[in-house]
Design a protein around this ligand. Structure first.
Ligand SMILES: Nc1ncnc2c1ncn2[C@@H]1O[C@H](COP(=O)(O)OP(=O)(O)OP(=O)(O)O)[C@@H](O)[C@H]1O
Length: 575
């Protein structure tokens, strides 16, 4: 055998080692390295994206490090170096391969450190609400209630203003009771002009209470999911610890603030009042005190939030976002879902009515996930729900239930994994954002229990290829083949802002990516210093991306993008 031959055999051996590490996991071939395209010295390769799953990657790294250690051990060296010239050549080539791999691992370590440093900088810059904090507001009488601005199957929502924050004008200083008695005032309150967001910057959601009882503890317990987006000062101190099932327990998990998740400023219980439109729109849920035939309990839960101009559904009825804005909207939903997932919360009822919308200073829609009434927020944050009986609630809107939830059959030991179900719903809602019908909605539409991926309707050609790829991956039936919200969000970030780092034809160097990340961080920090631009949707998204930067998630996103590029032979740009 010639030396040239020996070297190539040595490299082949090194390659096989890599393949073994990547291929086997849990006795199942889940990822196949494309050896033909693999060249030592490249950092991110064109491989099936599943190969980038963290556990497998760790396995691959461990096998390589172990291998390098073995090679360095004296015994190993003696065995090989003492052999024939041919064996020595094989060993040399093999060592060379491992040396290059070590170099690559070192590059990885450096990139991981860069990610951590960037993450630390942006984690410190926490999201702050723009609404001024207020100290009072734990009673209904603290608010002036305006028009009804929405209604669902569990609640009515009213525009509101805090009494204590209002200028002291005689007509404005009226209590809620006076508003109810004075019909003239009531008419004024109902007029849309009066209910502008400026006059009524708050929204009060009044939950309908049938059957929970009228004690505060019972109400808070039965509607506890609604409290998940509560801020730290939302509940009065004494309500922070309530009696649950005879034990002192803490209120349910609460998520921290995020630009794409609703913030509840106050939550309190109060007697159900007769608000505008109650008689006409929801007489049956009123208590007997107000309607003798009503079925509602006397007291209920009120949530105080920011008043948003409209829902996503209302917005899409009158306008179609540009492809850039549409991409940012999908990305915001993914960022919001990722924020919830990280804190062990699955929303389980994502739909365009449960997404509120306002505009940033550039007129770009900012989306906010709301209505946590169906969410899963277990103490252990596992997002795994034992499904042992058909009475276990699987979530809201059945049309947008991910396949793994919709097809689950109850039984002993059955568990539903919600870690990627909201991401699936974002995939379906994305069709609406890009001006299409939601494929899972109409009577003739697809059903999440039975659809095949090839039946998904095409998105309009103007939707950027990177976004189309993300949406199609989010709607994969098999959750193991579906990217998480974080990885899908990373894919969009890279497609929107990192196309230069992705520009090479066959591979993406981690070093190039790390350089791009550093540049991006500098730009975002500088933008933050230059004032109000920091509140723009784009800036918020970029900060969110940088504060959640993990090398392995990024690598997985690159893997999916390269996979998509291979599949479609389309280079993903927004140009
Ligand atoms: N903060 C808010 N600002 C403006 N409008 C809001 C706000 N919160 C809710 N709404 C409006 O009220 C409607 C009903 O609110 P929400 O979805 O929270 O009620 P629900 O009864 O829990 O709904 P569902 O039927 O989905 O269970 C929303 O679709 C929206 O139109």
């Amino acid at each position: 055998m010639s030396v040239k031959h020996a070297i190539s055999r040595g490299l082949e051996l090194g390659r096989s080692f890599l393949q073994i590490g990547l291929l086997k996991s849990g006795g199942r071939v889940a990822a196949k390295l494309r050896a033909d395209r693999f060249r030592v010295g490249q950092s991110v390769r064109t491989v099936q994206p599943q190969a980038f799953l963290p556990s497998r990657y760790r396995y691959y790294r461990t096998s390589l490090t172990g291998l390098a250690a073995q090679l360095q051990s004296a015994g190993f060296r003696r065995r090989w170096t003492g052999g024939s010239p041919r064996n020595r050549a094989v060993f040399l080539a093999f060592g060379l391969g491992v040396g290059l791999i070590e170099q690559q691992l070192e590059e990885d370590r450096r990139s991981a450190a860069t990610c951590q440093e960037i993450q630390a900088v942006f984690k410190k810059k926490r999201f702050q609400s723009t609404l001024r904090p207020f100290a009072s507001g734990f009673k209904l009488e603290d608010y002036i209630i305006g028009n009804q601005i929405g209604k669902g199957s569990n609640a009515a929502v009213y525009a509101a203003a805090a009494q204590f924050a209002r200028p002291k004008e005689p007509e404005r200083d009226s209590s809620l009771l006076e508003l109810r008695v004075n019909e003239e005032d009531l008419q004024t309150v109902r007029s849309p002009a009066c209910c502008s967001l400026k006059s009524f910057p708050l929204a009060i959601k009044m939950l309908w209470n049938f059957g929970a009882g009228s004690s505060s503890e019972a109400i808070l317990k039965s509607m506890s999911q609604e409290l998940v987006p509560c801020g730290p000062l939302a509940l009065k101190q004494e309500k922070e610890q309530i009696t649950l099932d005879g034990h002192f327990g803490v209120l349910p998990k609460r998520v921290s603030a995020h630009p794409n998740v609703i913030r509840v400023y106050r939550a309190f219980t109060a007697d159900v009042p007769l608000l505008p439109g109650a008689w006409e729109e929801y007489p049956d849920v009123l208590p007997a005190r107000l309607n003798p035939t009503g079925l509602g309990d006397n007291r209920t839960l009120f949530l105080v939030m920011k008043n948003y101009p409209c829902t996503l559904r209302q917005y899409l009825q009158v306008s179609t976002p540009s492809r850039w804005q549409g991409s940012l909207m999908v990305l915001q939903l993914l960022e919001g879902v990722d924020h919830l997932c990280r804190q062990g919360v699955a929303h389980r009822d994502l739909k365009s009515d449960n997404i509120l919308l306002e505009f940033d200073s550039d007129g770009c829609p900012r989306l906010v996930i709301t209505d946590f009434g169906c969410c899963l927020a277990q103490i252990d944050s596992s997002l795994q729900l034992p499904f042992n009986s058909m009475w276990v609630c699987r979530g809201g809107n059945a049309s947008l239930m991910a396949p793994e939830v919709a097809t689950a059959a109850p039984g002993p030991g059955v568990v539903i994994d919600y870690s990627k179900t909201d991401a699936w719903a974002v995939g379906a809602i994305s069709y609406e954002i890009f001006g299409q019908h939601n494929p899972f909605y109409r009577a003739m539409g697809l059903q999440s229990t039975t659809y095949q991926e090839k039946q998904l309707p095409p998105l309009p050609a103007c939707v950027p290829a990177g976004v189309q790829l993300v949406i199609s991956l989010l709607l994969r039936r098999n959750p193991n083949k579906r990217p998480s919200a974080r990885i899908a969000a990373n894919m969009l970030h890279l497609s929107l802002w990192g196309r230069r780092a992705l520009a090479s034809q066959d591979s993406v160097s981690m070093r190039k990516l790390a350089d791009w990340l550093l540049c991006q961080s500098a730009v975002v920090l500088l933008q933050g210093c230059s004032g109000p631009s920091g509140n723009r949707v784009e800036a918020e998204l970029q900060r969110s991306f940088l504060s959640n930067l993990e090398l392995e998630d990024l690598r997985a996103a690159v893997g999916f993008l390269l996979y998509g590029r291979d599949q479609s032979r389309v280079f993903m740009t927004f140009a």
